[in-house]
Design a protein around this ligand. Structure first.
Ligand code: SF4
Ligand code: SF4
Length: 461
């Protein structure tokens, strides 16, 4: 009799080409086994028992292979993290300098207009001071200051530059380094673009593809084309050999052409990577009728784009199908420290206005003008920090869970279901794209593999 204990979690990835086959995935141990229904049956039985003792030579042979792979009689699985403090201790901030924007994108989640509110210098400076204090307390060497929309950060450029100068000064005074990042539409003057080139290490440009689709989906606020300015500025980034990413929002307009848009952007502007995200119907979509692509079509398009990017030897990212392991989708669960133009602290970049019903979940603090510091609602912070994939009942048996992390909390069907119900569109896309990537790695044998077919003997003990 030999005794075996199942020490790692496994999840079943169905084989869409052969109903009798499946892949058994041990995510934390990065092991995939190709098996059949008997393999699945045997392992499910093993899971229900946790420990089995057997004399059956076939079983012993199979279980010994699993033992050698470290999933049986091995180290118990560890949660892949990341973990956070039980109160906000940010050493990075994302400032939303304004909710004004110079474009009128068909799908803008924020409905940004030419007019709107701007973040004050005082609030931005105090956010930087808080990062410095926390970095010193945690013996960290670096703080991070990022600028993002709401609106378009370059529309409040004097604030951005003054925060950069202030952060450089206070960081240097405290022997810290500071890293700057920006997410921009890159529709700005040449001088502003040169500031970006000179000051930012992390640059993300939102752009949607060839001129026709860029001008259609992302026109200037007066309706004129935005491509000519975008083209000039992306060429500047490329000329100065800046590392930067382009983010494409994929709508039904990209059907049967997304790979060509990706190819065009790579050839013309040489970005370091491309990020693609399916349009989430909200904000201005209500008035423009801009629609997402059907999820099946989106998956097909993305798979073609992987091939384009492989040819260019550049990564293609979609937020829901990362290969790294994580217990959460994004920093909303315990890390994000984002400041809205009104001085509210939000954990989500898509929820930046008090009028948004989701703010009751995502807003967890504000800048107190009297005490001149940030005040946090710890219950709200802790509630957000707990929204991780291991606490989502409907993710429990999903093979994609440690990659997807339970998906974007802001894409829940409504404000009442944040952290409770997944978005079915994204869930379907995530599972398919994670499966595609895992099996691609499996076939390249990059993941430790022990392909085995358990055979037709049923486990009967
Ligand atoms: S919850 Fe979703 S929209 Fe909000 S910050 Fe995270 S990824 Fe972005
Ligand atoms: S959101 Fe969907 S794809 Fe992601 S872990 Fe949960 S069930 Fe899986």
């Amino acid at each position: 009799m030999k005794k075996f204990e199942l020490t790692s979690e496994f999840l079943i990835i169905p084989d869409s080409h052969n109903k009798d086959c499946c892949y058994v995935y041990f995510p934390i141990k990065s092991l995939i086994i190709k098996g059949n229904k008997d393999t699945e049956f045997f392992l499910e039985h093993f899971k229900s028992k946790k420990v089995i003792e057997t004399k059956n030579r076939n079983h012993i042979k199979f279980l010994t292979i699993l033992e050698q792979a470290g999933v049986v009689n091995g180290e118990p699985d560890k949660d892949p993290g990341p973990f956070t403090y039980d109160r906000p201790m940010p050493t990075g901030v994302t400032l939303i300098p304004t909710n004004r924007c110079n474009l009128k994108c068909l799908y803008c989640f924020n409905n940004s207009e030419i007019k709107g509110s701007d973040l004050s210098e005082e609030i931005a400076y105090r956010a930087v001071d808080l990062l410095v204090k926390n970095a010193l307390e945690q013996s960290k060497k670096q703080i991070d200051v990022f600028f993002h929309g709401g609106g378009e950060p370059t529309q409040n450029w004097s604030l951005v530059m003054s925060v950069i100068n202030y952060a450089k000064e206070v960081a240097a005074n405290n022997n810290l380094s500071v890293r700057f990042g920006i997410c921009t539409n890159a529709i700005c003057g040449e001088e502003t673009m040169m500031d970006i080139i000179d000051n930012f290490e992390s640059i993300l440009v939102s752009a949607d593809g060839k001129p026709d689709i860029q001008n259609l989906q992302r026109p200037l606020h007066n309706g004129k084309p935005s491509f000519p300015v975008l083209e000039r500025n992306l060429k500047l980034l490329s000329r100065y050999k800046k590392r930067y990413s382009i983010r494409i929002t994929v709508s039904s307009h990209h059907k049967n052409r997304l790979d060509k848009d990706v190819e065009f952007l790579c050839q013309q502007f040489n970005p370091t990577s491309i990020i693609i995200e399916p349009l989430h119907e909200c904000g201005r979509c209500v008035t423009t009728s801009c629609q997402p692509m059907l999820p099946e079509n989106f998956i097909e398009e993305v798979v073609r784009c992987y091939q384009v990017m492989e040819k260019h030897n550049k990564p293609l990212q979609y937020s829901g199908s990362k290969l790294q392991l994580t217990n959460r989708f994004c920093g909303t669960a315990g890390s994000n420290f984002f400041i809205t133009p009104e001085g509210d602290v939000t954990a989500c970049l898509e929820v930046t206005r008090r009028s948004d019903k989701r703010s009751k979940v995502f807003f967890y603090g504000y800048y107190n003008n009297e005490s001149k510091c940030f005040q946090f609602d710890l219950d709200k912070y802790r509630n957000l920090a707990s929204m991780r994939v291991s606490s989502f009942e409907d993710c429990k048996l999903c093979f994609a869970k440690w990659h997807c992390g339970g998906d974007c909390l802001a894409k829940a069907p409504d404000s009442e279901s944040i952290g409770k119900i997944r978005n079915p569109y994204r869930c379907f896309v995530n599972k398919n794209l994670i499966k595609y990537q895992l099996l691609r790695e499996f076939n390249k044998k990059k993941i430790t593999l022990k392909p085995i077919s358990y055979g037709s003997t049923r486990f009967t003990s």
